[in-house]
Write a protein of this length. Structure first.
Length: 408
């Protein structure tokens, strides 16, 4: 079903301002979160690689756990009360809560704080749902790819700014700056993003039936693919700072982590828009399978890196090819999802995506504790290869669904 159009709403204008809003929110997040290993090390004197890796694994695990549990609820509320409201909820609450990390007296309470914050977060999922419900279906690939580029652009700004801010001013400024960026993102969306949303009546909700009845054959396979790809793509994220120290030493770790992540984000910026556009022109398998194979190869190069430039270049290549995978999968999902159920279905997809990251966090925490940081990247490369046959199965199943409009 095509997205409902209104003469007073321009999907291009909405896309632009949501894009800007997401740049701000992701810049805020990325100016602090990738450096949490350094914060734990400096704040509480935990220097052992295995112990620090275990704390980082717990930090990300419990944050992802609360996100996974509550994201489907926010998706249901988005279909009932509006998708823009859910975007504003995530921005404004994050603006208030992220500075609360400074109140944690030890790593345990830092993890508790992360758990609470993640209950209310979710700007990316809310933005994706708002985009696909205000954009014509034939432009979903481009719109989702453009949105993906905003996430990487925000990451780029956040990584670079965070590395400098923490290096020169410390974590207090970084955490308050994170909250301020979320506040600006919410204000921008509040003032300039429009939504022509009419809440469904009780009778309409009963007539629509359950969300499971609205799914066509193949939707579950897309969910599975999102789950597997999430594990592969984010398996190594908490340990970039540790890998930087591994190949370069402990000197100026925050600064070097910042530019390595910023370089990777540059790859993601180009990847999102380019692959998103390709999704609207070619079949998904012609786009995704080469990207999955190249993602596996580039992550292997990260694993065997012996110098910081080599690691940075390999990470750039990985994000250049893997950064556009999500637009492919979410574009496929939007084409088989009824418009009045997209909030719920995208909420479920985001929950599964975070479940994949959660599983990856738990597995990578065990792996780094038992065998070191390089095997994190080796395992990530194998997961990308595993996603290839899963993608083939997904495409075959989708061909049985008459609602699919996948490719030309």
């Amino acid at each position: 079903m095509d997205a409902p159009q209104s003469p007073t709403i321009s999907w291009r204008k909405n896309l632009f301002f949501i894009w800007c809003s997401q740049i701000l929110s992701m810049a805020g997040y990325s100016s602090a979160m990738p450096f949490m290993a350094i914060y734990i090390r400096d704040q509480w004197g935990i220097t052992n690689e295995h112990e620090l890796g275990a704390w980082m694994s717990a930090f990300f695990f419990f944050g992802l756990l609360s996100f996974c549990v509550f994201m489907p609820l926010w998706g249901i509320l988005a279909d009932r009360y509006g998708r823009k409201r859910m975007l504003l909820r995530a921005c404004y609450v994050d603006a208030l809560l992220f500075p609360c990390f400074l109140l944690a007296p030890n790593p345990f309470w830092l993890i508790v704080t992360r758990f609470v914050i993640s209950i209310f977060t979710g700007t990316v999922s809310a933005a994706q749902t708002l985009i696909v419900t205000t954009t014509p279906v034939e432009h979903h690939g481009f719109a989702l790819g453009t949105l993906s580029s905003s996430l990487w652009s925000g990451n780029l700004l956040g990584f670079a700014a965070g590395g400098l801010i923490i290096h020169y001013f410390g974590f207090t400024v970084a955490f308050f700056g994170c909250g301020f960026m979320y506040l600006l993102a919410g204000i921008l969306a509040h003032l300039f993003v429009q939504e022509n949303f009419t809440p469904p009546t009780r009778e309409q909700r009963k007539k629509a039936g359950s969300v499971w009845s609205a799914m066509v054959p193949g939707t579950g396979m897309i969910f599975l693919l999102i789950l597997i790809s999430a594990v592969a793509r984010r398996f190594d994220d908490p340990y970039v700072a540790l890998m930087v120290e591994k190949v370069h030493g402990p000197l100026n770790t925050a600064f070097h982590t910042g530019w390595v992540n910023a370089l990777a984000a540059v790859g993601g910026v180009f990847s999102g828009m380019a692959i998103g556009r390709l999704c609207d022109r070619f079949s998904s398998q012609r786009v995704a399978i080469p990207a999955l194979l190249l993602s596996a190869g580039s992550m292997f190069l990260e694993a065997v890196s012996m110098t910081l430039p080599m690691y940075g270049a390999a990470r750039f290549l990985n994000y250049l090819v893997a950064g556009g995978l999500e637009p492919v999968f979410y574009s496929m999902l939007s084409k088989v999802s009824p418009e009045n159920r997209r909030g719920t279905i995208f909420g479920m997809a985001s929950s599964l995506r975070m479940t994949g990251i959660l599983l990856g966090s738990a597995a990578s925490g065990f792996l780094i504790y038992s065998s070191g940081v390089r095997n994190i990247y080796m395992t990530g490369a194998l997961l990308f290869l595993l996603a290839v046959p899963c993608f083939w199965l997904t495409v075959r199943r989708l061909k049985k669904a008459p609602a699919v409009n996948d490719g030309h």
